[in-house]
Design a protein around this ligand. Structure first.
Ligand SMILES: Nc1ncnc2c1ncn2[C@@H]1O[C@H](COP(=O)(O)OP(=O)(O)OP(=O)(O)O)[C@@H](O)[C@H]1O
Ligand SMILES: [Mg+2]
Length: 400
């Protein structure tokens, strides 16, 4: 890609800039029709799926295509051409700093990366010099691509690998612990029956049995967590899944006086998904909300359809299939930003009796459906979990 970019920039701008400067009809080495050539190159740059910014040696902006404007979050403005690039890109000091150095150095960044502080987006970029017919450097071109989506996917893959490794270990330990635990439980029961006359010993035995049962339920949960998900995909009505999840969550945790409002947009379609897994997903989120609320407060569940908006996210990426976004928002105490970073990790819990697997299972279900999950919170004001699910998962996830 970098090499293509370099060739294109040299051909394009050398011809264009030389002609613009002298306003003379320099003979064209490629085609006999300079007007056609000029328009062709303009259109080529305008329709590139890569951001292109070209500057002249005197610091003025020569070219900035639509993708560049979009990735940088600026409104396209033809009047920007001819203005100092440092002014136009004022909010992007990272970019202007790189551009400032291009005429002092012959080794230019190639496939480098930077993060734009203003938008938080990561971009991958390559810079080329623009030479005139005599080989003099008359400008520079900055080609870049938005890497945000690539980064997110890499992060998800990394996390999946980590969880897979952790899962294998947890499965092995759980397997080893399960048998001795069952023995403790059975033998304590036998001992209990033989000790009907020793009250104190009986009490201790009851405690042993209770603890062994609790340890066993943790082991069962761990095994449930590490078992690979085999999606049983069918048509799912989201409203039904949410209703069932509320009932399930009420069975797991005390709801008390907590009120729940469900508001799904009428255009939310049926999903192709595994209803059992989705019930587990939403009931775990609701169980957490009930626990956070401690018997009083409110939970809002909203659902909406999102169609791909090419103009925002990553304009140079392929169109995204339609998705449904479900938010579960509670009015509980929320979480600190430190906790927020760790809540999806297996075994992270702030509850004395918690296992810390609820959200790890949620993430696993979301991943299996090729969805996304985001948590946000304002401490003291509540927590929001946003689940994005594709309306139709890819063939790959259905056959997984
Ligand atoms: N709605 C919420 N409000 C505040 N904190 C939350 C909320 N949901 C999750 N958390 C935090 O995230 C942690 C992890 O949640 P997770 O469901 O994975 O485990 P858990 O609820 O502690 O245990 P369990 O395995 O029983 O679900 C919780 O201990 C809590 O600190
Ligand atoms: Mg939980």
């Amino acid at each position: 890609m970098a090499r293509e970019g370099r060739t294109a920039s040299t051909t394009l701008t050398a011809g264009q800039l030389a002609r613009a400067r002298s306003n003379a009809s320099t003979p064209n080495p490629v085609t006999a029709d300079p007007v056609l050539e000029d328009r062709f190159f303009r259109q080529m740059v305008a329709h590139m799926r890569t951001g292109v910014v070209a500057i002249r040696r005197d610091g003025r902006l020569a070219v900035m295509n639509d993708v560049a404007y979009r990735v940088l979050g600026l409104a396209p403005n033809p009047a920007d051409l001819g203005r100092p690039y440092a002014e136009v890109l004022h909010d992007y000091p990272e970019v202007t700093r790189v551009l400032q150095q291009v005429f002092e150095s012959s080794s230019l960044p190639n496939r480098a990366e930077m993060r734009l502080r203003k938008t938080g987006r990561a971009i991958g970029f390559t810079i080329s010099h623009i030479n005139d017919d005599n080989g003099r450097v008359v400008g520079a071109t900055f080609f870049f691509k938005d890497l945000t989506r690539v980064e997110q996917e890499e992060e998800r893959d990394r996390l999946r690998d980590r969880l897979a490794a952790l899962g294998e270990m947890a499965a092995a330990i759980a397997h080893e612990v399960k048998n001795p635990l069952a023995s403790i439980e059975v033998m304590s029961g036998v001992l209990k029956r033989q000790m009907t006359d020793r009250e104190e010993a009986l009490e201790i035995l009851n405690d042993i049995i209770k603890e062994a049962k609790m340890a066993n339920s943790i082991v069962v949960e761990v095994l449930e967590f590490v078992r690979p998900i085999q999606l049983q995909v069918e048509r799912v009505v989201l409203d039904d899944v949410i209703k069932d999840s509320i009932t399930l969550a009420e069975g797991k945790r005390r709801r008390g006086e907590v009120t729940i409002k469900t508001d799904l947009d009428s255009d939310v379609p049926e999903l192709l998904a595994d209803p059992h897994q989705l019930r587990q997903l939403f009931s775990n989120l609701l169980a957490n909300a009930f626990e956070a609320l401690g018997g009083e407060g409110h939970v809002d569940i909203t659902g909406r359809l999102e169609l791909d908006d090419l103009d925002t996210e990553s304009p140079d990426a392929e169109p995204e299939p339609p998705k449904v976004i479900v938010e579960v928002r509670d009015t509980g105490p929320g979480m600190s930003s430190d906790d927020l970073e760790r809540i999806f990790s297996p075994f992270f819990t702030t509850k004395p009796q918690g296992t810390g697997l609820g959200l790890a299972i949620v993430r696993k279900v979301v991943d299996a459906h090729e969805g996304k999950i985001k948590a946000s919170s304002v401490p003291g004001e509540g927590a929001t979990f946003q689940v994005t699910l594709p309306v139709v998962p890819s063939e790959r996830s259905m056959g997984r």
